[in-house]
Ligand binder design. Sequence first.
Ligand SMILES: Nc1ncnc2c1ncn2[C@@H]1O[C@H](COP(=O)(O)OP(=O)(O)OP(=O)(O)O)[C@@H](O)[C@H]1O
Ligand SMILES: [Mg+2]
Length: 321
Amino acid sequence: MSENSLIEIKQLTKQFPIGKKWFKPTGFVRAVDGLDFSINKGETFGLVGESGCGKSTTGRLINGLIKANQGEIIFDGQDLTELSEKQWKSYRKRMQMIFQDPFASLSPRMKVKDIVMEPLDVHYPQMPKAEKQEKAKRLLEICGLSPYHLNKYPHEFSGGQRQRISIARALILNPELIIADEAVSALDVSIQSQVLNLLVDLQEEFQLTYLFISHDLSVVEHISDRIGVMYLGNLVEVATKEQLFKNPKHPYTQSLLSSVPQLGESKKERITIKGEIPSASNPPKGCKFHTRCPFAMDICKEKVPQNTSIEDGHKVACHLY
Ligand SMILES: Nc1ncnc2c1ncn2[C@@H]1O[C@H](COP(=O)(O)OP(=O)(O)OP(=O)(O)O)[C@@H](O)[C@H]1O
Ligand SMILES: [Mg+2]
């Protein structure tokens, strides 16, 4: 594990059983299919890809909400997949999730201050109530809400404000890693950038590391230092934001980028991909992208492409390189 990395994912695999015949599954969805990447301390790693490619599953595996079939999740030197439920407790504090729909993740019958304080009740039951309240108040303030909001209920807030409440709640245990899964996808564009800017400010103030999951490349571009492009359970390209946007290598990345409107730049050649994303329960052989790739060659149908280094920090899994 490199000195700088907070988390290192190695060959991470998750398969969900599907269908049932004689009490046995009839197949498996290969949601995450041998992922490798790492996130450095203090950076934001963006994970993008189409719906169903395994982004949320990756986040849930890291957070321990679901268990991996194979692979390692090394967090600060410890492989989390080896931990017992009891040992997990101390790690759970150190990483928190923020979800897409703050309304669904905030209990409707609890006051905002209680929602934000709740993780302290679980992890620090001895802490005096006044201290918990003070922490909740301070964090809500940092997240742009006033003390006046403390005794209100989630339905009394706008979508952007509700996301600020979820962020305050995620921060109260002083985590090191925040996994944000489509955290701004449900918000209007103008509110999106306010919440993204808040996340950037908080990252500096609390030295946070982010895994930022989104299907929206322009959101990922706004916030990420490095980006991983995911397709059917694998990363096809990993690069710094600058490398990825200036010099996308994988045909899938190129097609994603050419569907993002770009202002003030010379028109790049548009790459359009054909067809729907194949089923993750029966993915294509060889390179999983070959069925939609405009540059597919014979080898792509047979052989899984290995990661190739394009330049420092830029890797792509494609037979073209
Ligand atoms: N609990 C589950 N049981 C069975 N299949 C599942 C389960 N959770 C996810 N899947 C499947 O795993 C694959 C990856 O799902 P995942 O939710 O990780 O995708 P995603 O990239 O987050 O998509 P989206 O952008 O729509 O949120 C999909 O094919 C999905 O149907
Ligand atoms: Mg998802």
